[in-house]
Design a protein. Structure first.
Length: 279
């Protein structure tokens, strides 16, 4: 997730001033999503007041990304997808919108997988009632939107593996659409393996239809979407810095660790050492 993509025919090097951070959200018909994303951007601005921070949406909400980029003119910008894995929007839609704009742009990688993302997932589970010392009856379903893109599913599986290592329990990825298993299917599989305390970890950036649908299928506790958790703001800045070749240390916090691809997402008790995730 560390490579950057140049999406304009002109150089992306800033010719004066700091390149803007453009956070690219998907968009949602749920009004809570837009207010959540705006609050998250306020957290980013508080962490780095001198950085110009803008919002653009792929669809459904204004401002749309093309409009945001048009307003920047030929200025330099780094586009950071507020998306948690690779997929069509990250690999096609956002780069194509960037290439069609007059702005000089780079597109950063999606937010996941990354250990800062795991920080936020763990914190939201704790807020929902996850125990400090889970037992063999505990397990987690990591619920995400889903995609037909196998790289998206691979990214979600890596996040599930890292969360499993962090919590010390099995974590099974599940999807609201376009991929299997569904949340009920993942719950049944864990129940068949003897787990009676199955929590749902909401791997969504903001409230919306899919997050609500998945939470309704939770047999026990369900965490809130990641939203404005401080780790999410730090992760956005980390992706921005990585796209500019800065390393991202200034606001990344303890979770911003680079490393190799981690292994399987679920199974017997995972190793105590958390799998390293690409920065």
């Amino acid at each position: 997730m560390t490579a950057t993509t140049v999406t304009s025919s002109r150089t992306t090097a800033a010719t004066g001033g700091t390149p803007a951070l453009v956070v690219v959200a998907h968009g949602s018909r749920d009004p809570r999503a837009l207010s959540t994303v705006r609050a998250l951007l306020d957290r980013v601005r508080a962490l780095r007041p001198a950085l110009p921070v803008h919002l653009g949406h792929v669809e459904l909400n204004e401002p749309l990304l093309p409009d945001t980029l048009t307003a920047l003119g030929d200025g330099a910008a780094v586009l950071v997808p507020l998306l948690l894995s690779r997929g069509h929007h990250v690999k096609r839609d956002i780069p194509e919108m960037a290439a069609a704009s007059p702005a000089r742009t780079r597109v950063a990688g999606p937010l996941g997988p990354h250990s800062l993302l795991v920080d936020a997932l763990q914190a939201r589970l704790t807020e929902a009632g996850w125990p400090t010392h889970p037992g063999p009856e505990h397990a987690v379903v990591l619920a995400s939107a889903g995609s037909r893109d196998p790289e998206s599913r691979a990214d979600t599986a890596r996040t599930a593996a890292a969360l499993a290592a962090r919590l010390g329990v099995p974590v099974v990825p599940a999807y609201a659409s376009a991929a299997a298993p569904t949340v009920p299917e993942a719950v049944r599989a864990l129940t068949d393996r003897g787990h009676r305390r199955i929590a749902l970890a909401s791997c969504f950036t903001a409230p919306g239809r899919f997050a609500t649908q998945c939470a309704a299928a939770a047999p026990w506790i369900a965490s809130e979407p990641l939203g404005t958790h401080p780790a999410m703001a730090r992760l956005l800045l980390h992706r921005y810095d990585r796209a500019l070749g800065r390393g991202g240390a200034s606001n990344a916090g303890r979770g911003a660790r680079d490393g190799a691809t981690c292994g399987s997402a679920a199974g017997a008790r995972p190793a105590a050492t958390e799998p390293a995730l690409a920065g």
